[in-house]
Design a protein around this ligand. Structure first.
Ligand code: IMP
Ligand code: MG
Length: 178
């Protein structure tokens, strides 16, 4: 697996430090509240595990599955939300926990879906933002890092369901995609 890596973009230590800061910021901003964290599967699973443990509040944690990529590194443009929400959102302070924001198509669809269920508030927390690739005007409230315009893997992010268990964020050698 490590032979497939082109370059490490964010190290374990950088991720650890930044996620602790984000958790502290959320803890301060939501003081006295019990936010509902909604993780977007599958890419969020490592980020959510770490950030949730740095949020010192009484949180509820739920998941939604959204997919637009299939086994490709280019978005299909159509977002499939795989499971209808079976938990109550109305009146809750919702924070979406997402691995990476790229075109913005996935998060725009998810925000519309959640807003229909009338939360008290809705914010987005994303580990990475490929701002240069945005197609829809959506912005992140809590951002880990700006990400270069490259396909990246690791720390929950996959290419064809592989590399999610790398402890850092990296780009892959070009020949892996061909
Ligand atoms: P968007 O709908 O184009 O914003 O894409 C967002 C989703 O695409 C993310 O939740 C990821 O699952 C996936 N994605 C986008 N860029 C990458 C990448 O560089 N590596 C792995 N997955 C990515
Ligand atoms: Mg995702």
């Amino acid at each position: 697996m490590k032979d497939d890596i082109n370059e490490i973009i964010f190290t374990e230590e950088e991720l650890r430090r930044r996620i602790k800061e984000l958790g502290e910021q959320i803890t301060a901003d939501y003081a006295g509240k019990s936010p509902l964290l909604i993780g977007i599967l599958k890419g969020c699973f490592v980020f959510l595990a770490d950030i949730s443990r740095s949020i010192e509040l009484d949180c509820e944690i739920r998941f939604l599955t959204a997919s637009s990529y299939g086994f490709s590194s280019v978005t299909s443009g159509k977002v499939k939300i795989e499971k209808d929400i079976d938990f109550d959102i109305s009146g809750r302070h919702v924070i979406i926990i997402e691995d990476i924001l790229d075109s913005g198509i996935t998060l725009t669809a998810l925000c519309e879906y959640i807003m229909k269920r009338v939360p008290a508030s809705l914010k987005i927390c994303a580990l990475l933002d490929k701002h240069a690739r945005r197609q829809l005007p959506i912005s992140v409230d809590y951002l880990g890092f700006e990400c270069p315009d490259e396909f990246v893997v690791g720390y929950g992010l996959d290419y064809a369901e592989r590399y999610r268990n790398l402890p850092f964020i990296a780009s892959l050698k070009p020949e892996i995609y061909s």
